[in-house]
Ligand binder design. Structure first.
Ligand SMILES: C[S@@+](CC[C@H](N)C(=O)[O-])C[C@H]1O[C@@H](n2cnc3c(N)ncnc32)[C@H](O)[C@@H]1O
Length: 339
């Protein structure tokens, strides 16, 4: 399963990742797993979506009869750069989908919990490093655009302001808003909401901070990258809200943001996204084509992002509803964390 000359390590021995190696590929990280089931069968595979609660295992060998609620012992051998470490935990199969199985950790001892925490936070750091460079451009763009964002967006905001309260009407409890921008949503949250708002641009956040004074709910605003969310705890939020972020986010980064959504939502937690997409109506499409270069240059936004496609590939998020709030251009995507 792994090279013999690797040094065996526990997560507490993991060295700091060399953050200066700009040319390193994104995933020199691999997490190979061996799941030993109670009935003596075992499954090999590679883990994706590792969180404190569980992971998704892409199986190499399919075991007939392997299904939900079977219990076993999971051994994760994670390889990072040229180092290797091991975490073992009792677990339960939550679901089997295609060649993958959702696995939840169970009654771990303190040592295993610590090991897993180290593993998850190391992964976060690693992701943080690799997405930093790619997002710098967008961050710089929004730090500049922030100075005139509200003026520039005013013609559109005149319609958005009627949609925002409708889209936030049923949102309650712990809420994470990704790409909070200048805080246009803040005043529409229910007073009982405990909101965490994140954005990559400090200038946008500065404006959101001012706008937070008009809100009825409790609000914490943080500079955070949605593809990393290093400060955001796992399985913590009842809702994730994000308007016009995915149309702005480059396609290659979207799977990472979606992975984070699957991590920070509680199992059963819901998400609602609002995005712009290309219309099928030729007249509207012509108008969008006319505005597309401006929209991309100023906001970094595009009408052809493949957000639904990436969500479809997610192992623990499920899209439950999509509808257009206006014409066939403003798309609402709703879903739930299933694992
Ligand atoms: C088009 S604005 C939308 C703002 C707000 N959601 C609204 O409805 O008015 C997109 C926002 O996403 C933020 N953003 C872009 N990439 C991000 C990332 N990777 N992580 C967090 N925020 C990001 C930008 O800084 C900007 O504030």
């Amino acid at each position: 399963m792994q090279e013999e000359n690797h040094m065996e390590m526990t997560p507490s021995d993991i060295p700091e990742i060399e953050l200066s190696r700009a040319e390193s590929p994104r995933y020199e990280f691999r997490a190979e797993c061996l799941l030993k089931l109670g009935d003596g069968k075992s499954i090999n595979g590679e883990a994706t979506n590792i969180s404190r609660n569980g992971l998704f295992l892409q199986m190499e060998n399919l075991i007939p009869g392997c299904g939900p609620n079977q219990r076993g012992q999971l051994e994760i051998i994670a390889t990072l750069q040229d180092k290797r470490f091991r975490v073992c935990a009792p677990c339960r199969i939550v679901h089997v989908r295609g060649s993958g199985i959702g696995i939840q950790f169970e009654s771990m001892d303190k040592e295993a919990i610590n090991d897993l925490d180290r593993l998850v936070s190391t992964l976060s750091k690693y992701n943080a490093y690799y997405s930093k460079g790619k997002n710098r451009l967008l961050k710089t763009k929004y730090n500049i655009v922030a100075f005139f964002y509200d003026i520039l967006d005013y013609p559109w905001e005149r319609q958005y302001r009627f949609w925002r309260p409708k889209l936030l009407n049923d949102v309650r409890n712990r809420v994470l808003e990704m790409g909070v921008g200048t805080g246009r949503n803040l005043k529409y949250y229910h007073p009982t909401v405990q909101l965490t708002g994140i954005d990559i641009s400090e200038q946008m956040l500065f404006r959101a901070e001012r706008r937070s004074k008009t809100a009825a709910c409790s609000i914490g605003l943080y500079k955070e990258d949605a593809t990393v969310m290093a400060l955001i705890p796992s399985s913590h939020y009842d809702w994730l809200i994000s308007f016009f972020l995915c149309c702005v986010m480059p396609d290659r980064l979207q799977p990472f943001a979606i992975e984070q959504v699957g991590r920070v939502l509680k199992p059963g937690g819901r998400f609602r996204l609002l995005e712009m997409v290309y219309s099928k109506d030729p007249k509207l499409r012509k108008r969008q084509d006319f505005f597309a270069p401006f929209v991309e240059r100023v906001y970094g936004a595009r009408f052809d992002r493949n957000t639904l496609g990436y969500l479809d590939k997610s192992e623990n998020l499920k899209v439950t509803n999509t509808y257009f709030i206006k014409e066939d251009t403003y798309l609402v995507i709703e879903g739930i964390r299933i694992l």
